[in-house]
Ligand binder design. Structure first.
Ligand SMILES: [Zn+2]
Length: 328
């Protein structure tokens, strides 16, 4: 769950500023959170909404247990409105709907928060409508506009809001942050899959991910030691585990990392190995395969990914992949 502590790991400056404003009771009526995808804008917007509406807020922290906190966590607080693009744009009717909602007094209190995701996608009409809204803020209303392209927002809107810039973490920084809470084998693997800290953390925290990792390691062992058996158990042992397409896609990505590791060993770059706790197995495998074969295996995995994207059945994709990989 998003919290100030969690968010301050990636956006210390933004969190410090907001918490100061909360303590001094000087929150602005409107904020623009601008920054790249994956910098935690929505997470901080949610914590801010929670802190603002919490009934037992203490020293700038929401209690997480009052009805307001709970309803915001589950995404159904009547006084927290989130607007997202309807198709390509945010339309004027969406902003009008918001204004209508806000014309009534709050259900829980007089406080209200609205969050506009991808605010740069507002049509000109929608933006102008929102502008009127920003010009006459209710005393207890906070508007939070999220955008990856602050310069696409109307200047008039920008001048009425306080802009906070969210900075992306460098790749090494993501791993460092993950290592504060997550064991290294899992953290390293997750940070090889995404350059988005929030996403990487989410991956790490899913128990399923550690199991998937173990499954893929098992598959490489089956391929190496029991190639014929591997094909027999493909459905029962593997495809029944990687049931959804997304799960299978992840499995293929992990397999890709495994074979890249193998290539690193061929090239004597074992310090780059992601499955570092499997070094012995990788070295064993490297003894029985060539660099060229490893390159072909990587190509076969990429082909499998492409076939999966073009809707070939998962079983067919995997059968063919296993046939290709066991040759290596
Ligand atoms: Zn609370």
């Amino acid at each position: 769950m998003a919290s100030w502590v969690e968010s301050s790991k990636t956006q210390p400056r933004v969190v410090k500023l907001l918490k100061n404003s909360i303590r001094k009771q000087r929150l602005a009526h409107a904020y623009i959170f601008e920054g790249a995808h994956g910098t935690g804008k929505m997470a901080i917007a949610t914590v801010l909404a929670k802190t603002f509406l919490c009934r037992n807020m203490e020293d700038g922290n929401p209690c997480e247990s009052c009805p307001n906190c709970k309803r915001i966590s589950s995404g159904n607080h009547p006084d927290v409105h989130i607007i997202t693009p309807d198709g390509q744009t945010i339309k004027i009717d969406q902003i009008r709907g918001l204004q209508k909602e806000f014309a009534y007094s709050g259900m829980e209190s007089s406080k209200k928060v609205y969050i506009v995701e991808h605010a740069d996608k507002m049509t000109v009409q929608a933006a102008n409508s929102l502008l009127k809204f920003l010009e006459e803020p209710g005393a207890d209303t906070i508007a939070i506009l999220l955008t990856e392209q602050v310069h696409s927002l109307l200047e008039t809107i920008r001048s009425r809001a306080q802009t906070l810039s969210f900075t992306p973490l460098p790749p090494q920084g993501i791993l460092q942050k993950l290592l504060e809470d997550i064991p290294k084998p899992i953290a390293l693997l997750a940070s090889s899959l995404t350059s988005d800290y929030a996403e990487a953390l989410e991956i790490c925290r899913e128990e399923w991910f550690a199991q998937a990792r173990a499954k893929v390691i098992q598959l490489t062992e089956d391929l190496r030691l029991r190639p014929d058996y591997c094909l027999v158990v493909l459905q029962d042992q593997y495809l029944s585990f990687f049931k959804e397409k997304d799960q299978l896609r992840l499995a293929l990505n992990l397999l890709l990392i495994w074979y890249r590791d193998l290539l690193s060993i061929h090239l004597s770059n074992s310090e780059n190995v992601v499955f570092f706790d499997q070094l012995q197995a990788l070295e064993q495998q490297a003894l029985h395969t060539s660099q060229k074969k490893t390159g072909e295996a990587l190509q076969a995995i990429l082909t499998a990914q492409a076939r999966l994207r073009s809707n070939v059945s998962p079983l067919m994709v995997m059968e063919q992949l296993v046939l290709r990989l066991r040759e290596g």
